[in-house]
Structures are given as C-alpha cells and as structure tokens.
Ligand binder design. Sequence first.
Ligand code: FMN
Length: 238
Amino acid sequence: MTLYEMIDKRRSVRKYIDALPDDDTVDKIERFIENTRQLPGQNAWFEIVPSQSVSAAVGAYGILAYCEAGDAAYANVGYVLQKTDLYIQSLGLGSLWLGMGKPKAKDKRDDFCILLAFGKTDVPLRNGASDFQRLPIERISNEDNAIARSARLAPSAQNSQPWELRFEEDKVIVRYVGRGMFKRMLKKKLNKIDLGIVTRHVALALRNEGKDVRSVTAKSDADGFGIEVRWRAARDKT
Ligand SMILES: Cc1cc2nc3c(=O)[nH]c(=O)nc-3n(C[C@H](O)[C@H](O)[C@H](O)COP(=O)(O)O)c2cc1C
C-alpha cells in the first residue's frame, strides 16, 4: 500500500503485543526518517529508543524528536514524523503520537519535541474514511476536493483538528485555528506539530493527484501561523 493509501486506513494504536519488531524493520524505519526531507531551514533530529526509556511506555519503541523551539520547527517535526507514522503502519505495525511522553533521562529533555511510539499490534487498520471521527469538510476547508478530504483525516492532539485550508490558484494555505476545550494548552507546541501533520497529508494527496509540490513554507504573519503549499501540474514541466 502507498503512503497516500494509508491515510484512510491508519489509526492511533494504544494496544500492543508483547513482542519486538525485528531489527531489520527498526533499521528500515530509522533509514526512512533519515531520508525524509525536512522543511526549508529546519534541522530536527531523531532517535529510536526502547519504550522503557520514556515516561509513557507504549509499544516496543519510541521515536524521540528533538528540535529548536519555535512554530516552524514544531511543524517540521509533524511533517517528518507523519510520513513515518504512515510508513510504520504500512509495515503492519501500530503507532501512536504521544504528547504526554518524554525521555526519562533529564539531560535529553532540553530540545525534546514529541514522541511517536510504535510496536507490534493485532489491532486492524481502519476500513476507510467513514471510520474516522472528524469535523465536516466545510468546517475545515473552503473547497471540498480530494486534498481536503485527505487533510480532514489527519491525526491531531486531542483530535482538536486545529486547521483551516484555503485553496487558491496553485496553492493551499493551511492555517492554525485553535479549537476544542484544551486549545490554550495545545496552542504553543502540540497544535503546531498538528499543522505539520496535516500538511503531510496535503502533500501526499497533491502528489496522488499528479501535482508537483514546489514548496512547503511555514509562515507567521498578521493572520497567525500557517503553512503554504504551492504546486504545479506535473504535465506543465515540459
Ligand atoms: C501531536 C499529538 C499528540 C498526541 N498525544 C496523545 C497522547 O498523549 N495520548 C494518546 O492516547 N493519544 C495522543 N494522540 C492521538 C490523538 O488522540 C489521535 O490522533 C486523535 O484522537 C485522532 O484519532 P486517530 O489518530 O485514531 O485518527 C496525539 C496525537 C497527536 C497528533
């Protein structure tokens, strides 16, 4: 299954089998992260550790993401690790974003951003878009199209879905909008990670539609924080 096809199959997995994924698989995941391009100017770093070395022991391993402080840096981590989340589930494993987890070692906490846990599971994938609890498309987008439908299924902290998509000629702007009971608590970091996550779904869906993604740019302006994704039709390249 392609990563795009995983978008309406993946889920947050909270129940794991007591067995380790094999070392080859863990190596593959490590290489996948290394080979994933980060947003311009961003340099997050990642390590895979046994789940016993993080405060919330879920699954067999945790991917610890580290970055500088800042909205664009947090969004970048979401953008990189959501591709990894889809990849992990395409390998038949389960995964879970864990805003509540952190490294047990205090000296690792300074630049720590977020944790993605993974491991073996027997929880099945979802059957399709109707299995998701999400806001209706008109609450999150000015257009109902395949890109917005993929964005709608993105995971977010507390399922807060803190985004709005505005489609314009050859670009879409994914803008932060606080939602839900915990919006003040989530606003600083977790919702910015969420914006990177949803942008990954947007980029995969654009490619699936035959569009060349030309740039993905995090921006803060008078309207607040957002990510602009520009494309051109792949056929225009000649
Ligand atoms: C940044 C982020 C942090 C999250 N933190 C937690 C967490 O600490 N505990 C948890 O059980 N789920 C956590 N989740 C999972 C969300 O609750 C889940 O993605 C959302 O409810 C949608 O469900 P789904 O992923 O199954 O589609 C987190 C998700 C994201 C994106």
